[in-house]
Design a protein around this ligand. Structure first.
Ligand SMILES: [Zn+2]
Length: 490
């Protein structure tokens, strides 16, 4: 009988591989989510596919997870100071819509993209605007404990008081790494000091504003993640994920303020997982002039969302990936081969965990061997390229019994999340039946349709047209009838 491999993950805190041993019965996992003022692009979505891969590996190991992804619906300044513009409010001015409308619209768009990429839904998607009172309470404690100082532009965290500041980013000296990115702030003691509460300047009146002991204004960006994660996962939890850019600043500041708040001398979160960048290279997609390509650009060009997921999984999450037309073409071709080869094997059994996969293949040594390879790959810091290779090997392995092959394919896909159990080759022909939509996709579309109906009721034709255009990009045909709008897939 094969032995199980320990799940080993690369921890950004300390930059080393470590066994992942859950501290609690249910593993708390927090992923820094989108700021909902614009369409998420392909690079943004890599972070959520990565978090999903981690979740699937935990499920494979029978480790229960409680996953939280925040929605930043109060804009944060570009450079983490009081000087940058609030992205949400800039977007609102540009599109002449209310800030909350914009946030609701782009939250829906984000969730539609997540569903299209077969990302398991989080248990909660907390909105920052719903936690401002708790952020104020959190900050009051930091003030009481002497971690802050006030300037006319806001309340700042005093990083000089934290000898461990910057450990995650491995900053050598004060602010060395990120200082170049930070703007000058009048009176700030150190370049690394960051804003906890942005106070309105005289004459400035934000659309989203709250009263606080430090004046009317809005919370600093880092604050929301500390407050919402502790509120929903407890003061200490196991896993925090995000893009590698967060490792250098946002997560550094989350740690500083959280450990100052807790004051128990313990690390706030033990494991920090960061996913590398997606490089767009020279081949920008023409459709998105002025911006990075989105998932909708890919589907419009005839690629299936799962081709993008497959492209991502073909590289390791800690490697930079070059997104090129050739690469996405190759992924779509591989997907087509996999789907065509697997279709006659259906129905596939549900095999979400290693234990179940082993049970189903007890008398098939070839299947056991392949499962061992898959488990070793998943356990070695989420080696998705090797899981994909094992899946391809299984499809060529003559020694497998038909049921063994089914179990191995289902097991590999439980980790990869390509939806192979229900994937119809016709899906790749850009035509999908309504029954192919997941419940989450369906719900997200219903929400977009409802938002459009609301916009029409408010005679906000520009917004209604924009939602219609987005639905159109998603391949949804909308017809207005006397009974209300009816939609179908093209
Ligand atoms: Zn965050």
């Amino acid at each position: 009988m094969a032995t199980n491999h320990e799940l080993r993950l690369y921890n950004s805190l300390g930059r080393r591989m470590e066994d992942f041993v859950p501290a609690a019965e249910v593993t708390g996992m927090y992923t820094c989510g989108p700021t909902v003022y614009a369409y998420p692009h392909l690079g943004n979505m890599r972070a959520y596919v990565f978090a999903d891969t981690l979740r699937r590996a935990l499920r494979w190991k029978d480790i229960p997870v409680r996953h939280v992804v925040n929605i930043t619906d109060v804009g944060h300044a570009v450079a983490d100071t009081n000087l940058g513009e609030d992205k949400l409010e800039v977007a609102a001015a540009r599109e002449r819509r209310s800030v909350m409308d914009i946030a609701a619209y782009y939250t829906d768009v984000f969730l539609v993209d997540c569903a299209a990429l077969n990302i398991l839904p989080a248990v909660e998607y907390p909105r920052a605007t719903a936690y401002v009172e708790q952020m104020i309470e959190f900050t009051k404690k930091l003030v009481r404990d002497g971690w802050t100082y006030q300037l006319p532009s806001g309340l700042y965290f005093d990083t000089a008081k934290d000898p461990g500041y910057g450990e995650l980013a491995q900053m050598k000296a004060e602010g060395q790494l990120e200082a170049a990115r930070l703007e000058y702030v009048e009176g700030r003691r150190r370049k690394t000091d960051f804003v906890l509460w942005r106070t309105e300047e005289p004459g400035q009146r934000r659309v989203l504003r709250w009263d606080s002991p430090w004046g009317w204004g809005a919370p600093g960006w880092h604050l929301e993640c500390s407050v919402m994660s502790m509120a929903l996962l407890g003061q200490h939890f196991d896993l925090h994920t995000g893009g590698v850019d967060h490792r250098e600043l946002h997560h550094v500041n989350e740690i500083a303020q959280s450990q100052a708040f807790l004051g128990d001398g313990l690390p706030w979160v033990r494991h920090w997982e960061h996913v590398e960048f997606l490089q767009l290279g020279a081949e920008k997609m023409a459709k998105s002039a002025g911006g990075a390509p989105r998932l909708a650009d890919l589907t419009e060009a005839g690629y299936h969302p799962m081709a993008y997921r497959l492209f991502l999984l073909g590289g390791h999450y800690r490697s930079q990936l070059d997104f090129t037309t050739a690469a996405i073409d190759a992924a779509q071709a591989t997907l087509r081969r996999l789907v065509t080869r697997i279709q006659p094997l259906r129905p596939l059994p549900p095999v979400p965990t290693l234990a179940e996969a082993r049970q189903r293949t007890e008398d098939d040594p070839a299947a056991q061997r392949l499962l061992d390879t898959i488990d070793a790959a998943a356990s070695a810091d989420l080696g998705t390229p090797r899981i994909l290779a094992a899946l391809q090997d299984a499809l060529r392995e003559p020694a497998l019994t038909p049921d063994g092959l089914r179990a191995v394919v289902a097991a590999a896909d439980a980790l990869l999340g390509l939806g192979l159990a229900s994937f119809d080759p016709a899906d790749l022909e850009q035509r999908r039946a309504l029954t192919d939509l997941s419940a989450a996709e369906r719900q997200a579309i219903e929400e977009l349709v409802a938002d459009r109906t609301q916009a029409r009721k408010e005679r906000d034709w520009a917004r209604a047209d924009q939602i219609r255009a987005h639905l159109d990009e998603l391949g949804i045909e909308l017809t207005d009838t006397p009974e209300g709008p009816v939609w179908q897939l093209r």
